[in-house]
Write a protein that binds this ligand. Structure first.
Ligand SMILES: [Zn+2]
Length: 233
C-alpha cells in the first residue's frame, strides 16, 4: 500500500471517529435538554397545584365572609322584629326573609365545609407533590451532572481527534485532499480496497487496467463509476 493511500485511510478513520464523536455529543446534548424540560414540567405541575390551593383558600374566605354577611342580615331583621314597631304585614315579611336567609346560611355552611375538605386534600397532595419534586430534582441533577461530564469528555476527545486529523491533513497535496474531502462528503467510505475485481462502494466491475494501475501504486486510482479512491490491500 502506498504512503498516500495509508495516509488517506488514516484520514478516513479520523473522519469516522470525528463523526461518531459528534453524534455522541449531539445525543448527550439532546438528553441534557430533555432533562431540563422534564424538570420544568414537574415544577410547573407543582406550581399549578399551589395555585389551585390558593384559589380554594380564596374561595373559602369568600364563602365565610358571605356567611357572616347573611348572618348580620338575619340579626338586623330579628332586631326589627323584636322592636315590634312595625305592622303585622311587615312582621310577616321579615319572618319570611329570616327563614329564607337561614336556609341560605345552612347551604352556605355546607359549601364552606366542602371547601375546607377540598383544601385539606389539596394541602396533603401538595406536600406529596413537593416531596416528589425534591426527589426528581435530586435524581435529575445527578443525571445532568453525569451527562455534563460526559459532554466535556466527548468535547475533549473531539478536540484531540480534530487536532490529529489536522496533523494528518497537513502536508497532504491540496488536490488530493480536496478530492478526498469531496468524496467523503458523499460517502463514508471514500477510500476502498478493491475486492474480487469490484469497487466495494458502487459494486461496479472494474476494468483490468484499473485494477492493474491500483496494483502498481504509482498513482491514485479512482473508480470510473463513483470516483471512490481505490487500492489493493
Ligand atoms: Zn465505485
Amino acid at each position: 500500500m502506498s504512503e498516500e493511500i495509508r495516509q488517506l485511510l488514516e484520514l478516513q478513520a479520523k473522519d469516522g471517529e470525528r463523526y461518531d464523536l459528534l453524534s455522541r455529543l449531539q445525543q448527550l446534548e439532546e438528553e441534557q435538554v430533555r432533562i431540563e424540560q422534564r424538570l420544568a414540567k414537574e415544577q410547573s405541575a407543582v406550581e399549578e397545584r399551589c395555585q389551585q390551593l390558593k384559589q380554594l383558600s380564596h374561595d373559602s374566605r369568600g364563602k365565610n365572609l358571605e356567611v357572616d354577611d347573611v348572618d348580620m342580615q338575619i340579626r338586623n331583621y330579628q332586631k326589627r322584629l323584636n322592636e315590634g314597631i312595625i305592622s303585622f304585614k311587615e312582621m310577616e315579611a321579615l319572618a319570611a326573609k329570616i327563614s329564607h336567609q337561614r336556609k341560605r346560611i345552612d347551604e352556605m355552611e355546607d359549601e364552606a365545609i366542602e371547601l375546607m375538605d377540598k383544601i385539606e386534600i389539596a394541602e396533603a397532595e401538595l406536600v406529596e407533590a413537593e416531596k416528589g419534586l425534591d426527589e426528581q430534582k435530586r435524581d435529575l441533577a445527578s443525571r445532568s451532572a453525569r451527562i455534563s461530564s460526559q459532554i466535556l469528555e466527548a468535547k475533549e476527545k473531539l478536540e484531540s481527534c480534530e487536532g490529529e486529523r489536522a496533523a494528518i491533513a497537513d502536508g497532504f497535496p491540496a488536490h488530493l485532499l480536496s478530492h478526498y474531502e469531496g468524496l467523503h462528503s458523499l460517502f463514508d467510505d471514500a477510500v476502498v480496497a478493491i475486492f474480487g475485481g469490484l469497487c466495494p462502494g458502487c459494486k461496479l466491475k472494474l476494468s483490468s487496467t484499473t485494477v492493474e494501475r491500483a496494483r502498481t501504486e504509482t498513482e491514485i486510482v479512482t473508480c470510473q463509476n463513483c470516483s471512490r479512491i481505490l487500492y489493493i490491500s
